[in-house]
Write a protein that binds this ligand. Sequence first.
Ligand SMILES: CC(C)(COP(=O)(O)OP(=O)(O)OC[C@H]1O[C@@H](n2cnc3c(N)ncnc32)[C@H](O)[C@@H]1OP(=O)(O)O)[C@@H](O)C(=O)NCCC(=O)NCCS
Length: 254
Amino acid sequence: MQHDGLAARHAQAAAPLVLPEPQRLALPDGAVQVWMLDDAQVNPACARLAQTLAPDERARALAYRHPRHCNAYIARRGLLRWLIGGYLRCQPEALRFAVTAFGKPVLQWPQAGLAFSVSQTDGTALLAFALDCCLGVDVERRGGGHDVPGLGRGIFSAQEAQALARARTGSADALLSLWTRKEALLKALGTGLAADPTAYTTEDDRGRGAGRWRASHHGTALSGWTCVDLEVGAAFRAALAVSLPDASVTRHGC
Ligand SMILES: CC(C)(COP(=O)(O)OP(=O)(O)OC[C@H]1O[C@@H](n2cnc3c(N)ncnc32)[C@H](O)[C@@H]1OP(=O)(O)O)[C@@H](O)C(=O)NCCC(=O)NCCS
């Protein structure tokens, strides 16, 4: 989801980015680690991270017209390399990425079964990692003035549209909840919005507790998945889907 009029929200100072020591990074089986990157942190770390980027990534960074967007991309992509390099004990600049026909970035070298997903919105980015699974994360800023009925058309299933209609009060937040869940799921599946998003339904899984949800495809439950809303502060809404049962999801900051 794109946002306009970005700059004013970043006036407050944030602690500068401190990159985690690579040798301290570890990704156990069944764990999902989610890293949050605040746009206001990125400048001091950019020079170091920029050195790790491949030529195509540098070209993409330079294609951003606004320096803030350029720096945010460098930090996001550089942190992605830094963390994967740490998890896999290799140099960040040695990693090679490919992109699937649906636009999903995947690790081409080393081939280590490490799944990752990245999402960014106005002011922040999330980077999620886990082993041997399908993984998707999505974050959106709250209060974007979304056109609630219009935005979900062609995205939400009939069941989701009904849930949204029932929400009425706070419907913009209900929409963001559905939206982030749906995008997290479609990113985990690797299709993004190129699949028919209305074929999938996401709904609260109250039996498992607050912030837990489940997904189905044409009424058939996707079993063996962990689907959660992420706590990322009052300004954002975020969700994560991973094809691991009972995954342990933890949040980390730099
Ligand atoms: C994936 C998608 C849902 C992202 O939505 P968004 O809210 O605008 O953006 P987000 O910041 O949350 O996610 C963007 C990131 O998702 C990842 N991504 C892109 N396509 C993806 C896919 N099909 N599956 C999983 N992840 C994907 C990328 O890491 C991208 O960031 P990057 O370009 O900086 O590497 C949307 O762009 C989409 O549906 N793309 C697929 C469209 C398609 O079929 N394209 C084919 C031609 S490339």
